[in-house]
Design a protein around this ligand. Structure first.
Ligand code: HMG
Ligand code: MG
Length: 316
């Protein structure tokens, strides 16, 4: 069982963006740098640092330019690969002034969620993003495309898989180089995950696809296991299980990075991450946001000796 899953996995960390956008308290720029330093120290390389969205919509990330410039100037953080969400040409303009290497464009497969999140229809969003992506690519930026609510919005039944696939196709056609499939509200279960991933894999190679699971109902790791078995090697996660979309009511945190890495290493799958240092990064995150975090390994670490979390898996 689980033979042939040994290839390394890339963990794409979203806590500075997806995590902090959902906090009621504003974390300062200097504190965000401290969080990123802790994530980098644990071996995380690809980090979604912030968003160039409207500060009226997401005030928590209004310091996007200042944060990226601070990261570029910081000895402990400057060699990370940072990306930032970008909803329109204004966002791209802001991103270009910071030297960020990658932007992330996002469209929801649920018309209702897209309207709440981007204040526009799906097709208007796609039309707007086509120009943004083309301009970004012309100036040498990488572009990640995210299909939000790819499994469903209020339930697994309310989004047609063909609509998720259509949006994924449109994002790739306009020039995105990889796709992140978002279970924004954590409705996914393994059978539907098999259907969603099989549908996308029929058109796109596994290396192009990433899973972005929210753990609202505790099914995120079960879904990741399906992805691993189907050949996916990139997973989004947030330290301590931070995260959620303010425009998706009840959407709880992302899959916790520590939970993902604990499972990967236990299965002998390398990630390049030091789990003990990752657990320390989770404690930094909890201190900065000022409340306990929901991640399971994070919780267990608070009452367990440090060595209990080290697995046989070496860090590579
Ligand atoms: P709008 O109100 O329709 O846009 O918002 P607007 O063009 O009328 O602009 C309103 C104001 O915002 C104007 O300022 C603009 O200049 C300004 P004013 O004239 O009133 O002073 N503005 C901007 N400012 C800075 N940067 C910009 C920008 N754009 C406009 N880029 C808009 C449309 C797209 C801007 C808005 O809906 C928005 O920002 N939405 C983003 C919401 C968001 O960030 N949601 C969370 C991220 S998505 C997520 O979490 C899901 C994900 O994790 C995947 C998953 O879980 O599945 C990615
Ligand atoms: Mg998300």
């Amino acid at each position: 069982m689980f033979d042939g899953l040994g290839d390394a996995v890339t963990v794409y960390e979203v806590s500075p963006r997806d995590g902090l956008q959902n906090e009621s308290a504003i974390v300062s720029t200097a504190e965000k740098v401290e969080l990123v330093q802790a994530l980098r120290a644990a071996g995380l390389r690809r980090i979604e640092a912030t968003s160039f969205v409207s500060p009226k919509w997401i005030p928590q990330l209004a310091d996007a330019e200042a944060l990226l410039l601070a990261l570029a100037a910081d000895d402990l953080a400057r060699d990370g690969e940072y990306s930032a969400l970008c909803p329109n040409s204004r966002g791209l303009q802001r991103a270009r002034d910071t030297g960020v290497a990658e932007i992330v464009v996002f469209v929801s497969a649920s018309a209702e969620h897209n309207q709440k999140n981007l204040n526009s229809s799906i097709d208007d969003s796609l039309a707007r993003l086509r120009e943004v992506v083309q301009e970004a690519r012309q100036t040498g930026l990488r572009v990640r495309g995210c299909v939000s609510t790819a499994w469903g919005f209020r339930s697994e039944q309310d989004v047609d898989l063909r609509e998720s696939a259509r949006i994924g196709r449109a994002l790739m056609d306009m020039g995105c180089t990889e796709l992140s499939l978002g279970d924004t509200t954590g409705v996914a279960t393994p059978r539907k995950t098999h259907d969603v991933l099989s549908c996308f894999l029929a058109e796109h190679p596994a290396v192009t696809l990433s899973m972005h699971m929210h753990d609202t109902r505790g099914t995120a790791l079960a879904n990741v296991l399906v992805g691993l078995e189907l050949g996916l090697r990139s997973f989004d996660a947030a330290i301590g299980g931070l995260g959620g979309c303010p425009y998706a009511p009840g959407a709880a945190g992302n899959l916790a990075t520590e939970d993902l890495v604990y499972m990967l290493h236990g299965m002998g799958i390398p990630s390049g991450i030091d789990l003990d240092k990752l657990i320390e990064a989770g404690k930094v995150a909890a201190r900065l946001v000022g409340h306990p975090l929901p991640g399971k390994v994070h919780r267990a670490s608070l009452g367990t000796p440090r060595t209990a979390h080290s697995t046989a898996q070496p860090v590579r």
